[in-house]
Design a protein around this ligand. Structure first.
Ligand code: NAD
Length: 276
């Protein structure tokens, strides 16, 4: 039963993967998927989309009530999901998330490191230590901790896919503040390092770089909310703001068999914002 007291569909391990692990199943039998930040915005849309296609989803989020609500939504729609609340920058929470995926869903086929926080968009000289450390810890260290925790399971299975949510702020000195921009550049490095190190083990890692997307975090990203800012002109070429589902669709593609030869890619999903 999930946290909402609903009975899950019977667990059945997905079909076989090729010996080199390049083609893992994403067919109707489903995979075991972890989505961090799954309680809101892009993570919520991603968790629901995985569940809708028959995957079994661990919804991990600091906001336990939000994660529970997403699980209820997924299960009502006929999917399989379970929630793990907690701060993913803490090792104990990382271990709980991993143990839940392995114990209940049989392993970790897909990890989506998506949880993230925005900084205050202060100029670099005004960023205090606490803000710097918190943003780096949540946006960069937490994905490292969870990836390191699931790797042994992916290596044992001979396959695995990691999709990291970076940002358009990963591609340039950005409209976001210094800590956020640095953390998201770090996510790109983490993604590439993973891709190169484990490509012989059937493990792929890619990152999406969302532009403006209509979620909770986008409110914090509103430059007008912080008064006159040298960064405000950057938003002129923002383009159309995405729906969270438009980011989720790309994450699902990168996690799918259709993307079996895409590894180490850093993909802008931003209506051309980064191309201007
Ligand atoms: P959101 O605020 O709606 O969702 C983020 C989720 O992460 C929330 O549910 C929050 O509770 C969770 N979270 C935050 N800190 C956590 C922690 N320490 N442990 C566990 N969960 C935690 O925002 P979103 O836009 O859906 O953000 C998802 C990702 O997309 C983030 O990494 C963000 O940086 C990135 N992104 C968003 C935009 C945008 O315009 N929305 C643009 C570029 C990148």
């Amino acid at each position: 039963q999930d946290r909402a007291g609903r009975t899950h569909r019977g667990f059945h391990r997905g079909g076989t993967s090729l010996a080199d692990g390049a083609l893992m199943t994403d067919g109707p039998d489903g995979r075991s998927v972890i989505v961090t930040g799954g309680g809101s915005g892009i993570g919520r849309a991603t968790a629901l989309a995985f569940a809708a296609q028959g995957d079994r989803v661990v919804v991990a989020d600091l906001d336990g009530a939000a994660a529970d609500a997403v699980v209820i939504e997924a299960v009502r729609a006929g999917g399989t999901a379970t929630a793990v609340p907690g701060d993913l920058s803490e090792q104990a929470v990382v271990e709980r998330v991993t143990a839940t995926a392995v114990g209940r869903f049989g392993g970790v086929d897909v990890l989506v490191n998506n949880a993230g926080i925005m900084d205050s968009m202060s100029a670099l000289g005004d960023v205090d230590d606490a803000e710097w450390e918190r943003v780096i810890r949540v946006n960069l260290t937490a994905p490292f901790l969870l990836t390191r925790a699931v790797l042994p399971h992916m290596l044992a299975a001979g396959h695995g896919v990691v999709v990291n949510t970076a940002s358009e702020a990963a591609l340039r000195g950005s409209a976001a503040g210094a800590a956020y921009t640095a953390s998201k550049h770090g996510v790109v490095g983490l993604t590439r390092s993973l891709a190169v190190t484990y490509r012989g083990n059937g493990i792929r890692a890619n990152a999406v770089c969302p532009g403006g997307t209509a979620t909770g975090i986008a409110v914090a990203a509103d430059p007008t909310a912080h008064g006159p800012s040298a960064l405000a002109p950057h938003f002129v070429n923002l383009g159309r703001v995405a729906r969270p589902e438009e980011q989720a669709a790309v994450i699902l593609f990168l996690a799918s068999q259709a993307a079996s030869h895409i590894n180490g890619a850093i993909l802008p999903v931003d209506d051309g914002w980064s191309a201007v």
